[in-house]
Ligand binder design. Structure first.
Ligand code: 5RP
Length: 212
């Protein structure tokens, strides 16, 4: 699985610690990690709103399979990611959330609070979250005998979101283009996106925004 980690300005200084936990878990389970958000306080500036834009670009173009995002509360990143078609983001405070999200909801993004509740032992909690988020087969239900009902409802929600959403690129064109420009301005995002994106229309749109 290809996993993008993205952090915004408010908690950017914690990126090395979070990335280390994600890299450790991903290496153990054979996943690839792209660190596409801020890697420190002085990096290309992103807010949780930009994270929604780059998360949706990476997921809808199939450049990555999963996004790990967050902000201070985690709630802004959650709302910003879920604003977009093709993104199914869960809120994750502790490892049980990650496990239940994977098995019951089977979405493709997590929003984690990196300020609230981030105290002593936080890096251990983060590692355990990643262990549960990226372990074994997803969508198996909890308890397992509820799998059919839970996966049926996850599929219905996906259909509802498809119906309620505009065409993805049209949606991107309908918002302030300076927001998109700032969102896609980071070098590590651009490398992960252009090396892996599989959707010509989305790639052409991002190239246009960047003047390439
Ligand atoms: O958690 C958040 C949104 O849900 C933001 O990270 C938080 O609001 C940033 O705070 P500030 O603008 O005061 O640095």
């Amino acid at each position: 699985m290809k996993i993008a980690l993205m952090q915004e300005f408010s908690q950017a200084a914690k990126n090395p610690v979070v990335l280390e936990q994600l890299n450790t878990v991903a290496a153990d389970k054979g996943h690839t990690v792209f660190n596409v958000g801020m890697d420190g306080d002085n990096d290309h500036r992103l807010t949780y709103i930009h994270l929604g834009i780059i998360g949706s670009l990476l997921l809808n173009s199939k450049a990555v399979d999963f996004v790990v995002a967050g902000c201070g509360t985690g709630q802004g990143a959650l709302m910003s990611l879920n604003a977009w078609p093709g993104v199914y983001c869960g809120y994750c405070i502790e490892p049980t959330d990650a496990f239940l999200f994977a098995q019951v909801n089977n979405g493709n993004a997590l929003a984690i609070p990196f300020a609230k509740g981030y105290g002593w032992g936080a890096e251990i909690n983060i590692r355990y979250i990643f262990e549960k988020a990226f372990d074994g087969e997803r969508g198996q239900g909890y308890p397992v005998e509820r799998k059919e009902s839970q996966m049926t409802n996850a599929g219905i929600l996906a259909d509802v979101k498809k119906g309620a959403s505009k065409d993805f690129v049209e949606g991107l064109k309908a918002i302030d283009q300076d927001l998109v420009k700032q969102a896609v301005g980071g070098e590590r995002f651009q490398k992960a996106f252009f090396d892996n994106a599989q959707d010509d229309a989305i790639v052409a749109y991002v190239k246009g925004v960047l003047g390439k």
